[in-house]
Design a protein around this ligand. Sequence first.
Ligand SMILES: [Zn+2]
Ligand SMILES: [Zn+2]
Length: 349
Amino acid sequence: MRAAVFSGIGKIEVQEVPVPKITNNEILLKVRATNICGTDLRIIKSGHHRIGERETRILGHEVSGEVQEVGSDVEGYTKGMKVAVAPNIGCGKCRYCKIGQLHLCPDYDAFGISLDGGFAEYMRVNSRAIVQGDLVPFKKDISFEEVALAEPLACCYFAYRSVNTMPGDNVLIVGAGPMGVLHLMIQSIAGAGKIMMADISDDRLNLIQKFSPDVVINTEKEDLSEAVLGHTDGAGADVIITACPVPDVQRQSLALAAKGGRINLFGGLPRDKEMVKLNTNLIHYNNLIVTGTTRYAQSDYYKSVKLIEDRKVDTKSIISKRFGITEIKEAFGYAMSGQGLKTLIEFPE
Ligand SMILES: [Zn+2]
Ligand SMILES: [Zn+2]
């Protein structure tokens, strides 16, 4: 089969590799759609602590496909079944796995990170993933490409739960990338009042106009604080999501929040920039709630697949460009250029 193999910093290339063999309690998936994620770009740029220096890995964790082969001891799955793949696998033994918080498991595995993932024609799904419910069958009339986006959508669903948006709440999302747009989709079905999207790039802000944010703010041209206060009758935003890796945005978010506001620090910061000086009196006197989320609970993934199935969100509309597996270098080049929103690798039937 053809697979895009990552073999160290800066190195990814399409190779002919054997189709994975499965055991009695595993499933072989025929991959149909895998999106490129910012995490993939970061791995190619600087590696990952779960990928050893001499190891190779097939990346890709935003995956959907169809069941190709079912181990004789696996029940409930049949050949041809269409499934979305929740890529994270808990160890099943730690305190977090025991309470169903697999995303906090310190010994987690994940397709496309510690296990081979979806930038390949076939992917082996191990028994732990099957037992934990990582393969989620979906309705026939939605496409592989839209359901592959359940993964990043689940991250935004989890963030939404942490800020608990109430109908009419004014929401500020800083960062108009693909994650920012998925936040916008979740926040609007949650009943957000005014949704303000801020970014430093006019190109990005133009690109996201079709998702109908109420306000767009270019922070290179406009003062973010003035704009947010101006659009909220001087109150500030009830909910703020920092969907960018910028320390200053985290610092500033406290002053942009309305009293009783909830802030989600969604984008992680680069290692050398993680110390941020915050005015904690703003948290204290304004009764703010500051949260952080990463990955998501299984339930967030299931809800995300359901939202896509029920056409409550149109994830397909964030796909900017499609490539075949043999064009992986062009695909990553395009994704790294930051021109579009999501870059998809599609696999023909
Ligand atoms: Zn991702
Ligand atoms: Zn665990």
